[in-house]
Write a protein that binds this ligand. Structure first.
Ligand SMILES: NC(=O)c1ccc[n+]([C@@H]2O[C@H](COP(=O)([O-])OP(=O)(O)OC[C@H]3O[C@@H](n4cnc5c(N)ncnc54)[C@H](OP(=O)(O)O)[C@@H]3O)[C@@H](O)[C@H]2O)c1
Ligand SMILES: *[C@@H]1O[C@H](CO)[C@@H](O)[C@H](O)[C@H]1NC(C)=O
Ligand SMILES: *[C@@H]1O[C@H](CO)[C@@H](O)[C@H](O)[C@H]1NC(C)=O
Length: 288
């Protein structure tokens, strides 16, 4: 009986802690007028984040490569309530563009409160084929450009006590088949920004870093690639985007969406061989 009581007590504490950590402390007003630089904003989760920020009355600088798409997203943002929505079309494969983008945002918004690093370059979903040039290119687009944008924006974020929001993936915590280089770029982001977060605290700089761990989300690019290979349900992009926007605004260290990603990350290292077996087994792959 006594054991039972202790177990119930422990369970209640765990449930309480989980409920406490999941409570919604987001205040929509905190984003009204907020100055936001958002990358990868022309489509997918980035486009949905732009609309959420717009509904909360933020001021936006949107970026991606395709100008026509950015223009459409910016116009819709203004209709939804954005205080400002301008765009800067640029290819993050080009090293000078990161700094130019940060300067464009600082000039147009007069400062920055949020920098959301969401863009990724295209990469195939298949076995590693030895394409080292692609690896170098993807590292630049997904990782180095993000480091450069964050570095150029940091002095201003320190002044505004602003936030960096970094979009990672379950593939940035657990390496899965068919995503070798993509996964490497996400592990790189996780390593860099976790280290930077500690350094900012040590320097007493009040800039929050929110790392977002996403599972499979129903964007066209993700579904196109994984269709027929991993038959897993995809979560809605608009909800993923809202979870990220809220997590950033509440200065959370981490955002997990959908919630199962937190569970998976929690047990990641318990049974590594069995974990990898389950992962491989979930792929539709046969050698001919
Ligand atoms: N969807 C998922 O299942 C999933 C899962 C885990 C994590 N995530 C993460 O969530 C984020 C968004 O994913 P998503 O599915 O929304 O991606 P997406 O739909 O493919 O959108 C990618 C965005 O990046 C831009 N982009 C591509 N190449 C670029 C380049 N060279 N320079 C500058 N911008 C470039 C694209 O616009 P342009 O083509 O106009 O340049 C687009 O706006 C990514 O960080 C991704 O890793 C997604
Ligand atoms: C997805 O696939 C369809 C059909 O193959 C193609 O027309 C479309 O451009 C693809 N979209 C993306 C984002 O890759
Ligand atoms: C598995 O892949 C094969 C060919 O690559 C395809 O014909 C089949 O439909 C796929 N199965 C599922 C369940 O998606």
């Amino acid at each position: 009986m006594r054991v039972m009581r202790w177990l119930l007590c422990g369970l209640a504490i765990v449930v309480g802690l989980v409920a406490f950590s999941w409570r919604d402390t987001f205040e929509p007003d905190s984003l009204s007028g907020a100055r936001v630089l958002l990358t990868g904003a022309s489509t997918g989760i980035g486009e949905q984040m732009a609309y959420h920020y717009a509904r909360f009355g933020a001021q936006l600088v949107l970026t991606a490569r395709r100008e026509a798409e950015l223009q459409k997203v910016a116009q819709r943002c203004l209709k939804l309530g954005a205080k400002k929505a301008v765009y800067y079309a640029a290819d993050m494969a080009s090293p000078p563009e990161s700094e130019k983008l940060a300067h464009f945002a600082l000039q147009n918004l007069g400062g920055l409160d949020y920098v959301v690093l969401n863009h990724i370059g295209w990469t195939p979903f298949r076995m590693w084929d030895g394409d080292v040039d692609h690896a170098r290119w993807l590292m630049q687009v997904n990782f180095i450009s993000s480091v450069a944008i964050a570095s150029a924006a940091l002095p201003d974020l320190a002044k505004s006590k602003g936030s960096l929001i970094v979009i990672s993936s379950l593939a940035g915590r657990i390496a899965m088949p068919f995503t070798s280089i993509y996964s490497a770029t996400k592990f790189a982001l996780e390593g860099f920004f976790a280290s930077l977060r500690n350094e900012l605290v040590m320097q007493k700089k009040d800039v929050s870093i929110t790392m977002c761990v996403l599972g499979l989300i129903d964007t066209e690019s993700a579904l196109n690639k994984t269709k027929g290979i991993v038959n897993q349900e995809a979560a809605p992009a608009s909800e993923a985007a809202l979870a990220i926007v809220k997590g950033g605004a509440t200065r959370a260290m981490e955002v997990f969406y959908p919630w199962t990603t937190q569970l998976i990350c929690g047990v990641r290292d318990w049974f590594p061989a069995q974990r990898d077996w389950i992962l491989r087994d979930s792929y539709n792959y046969t050698t001919n």
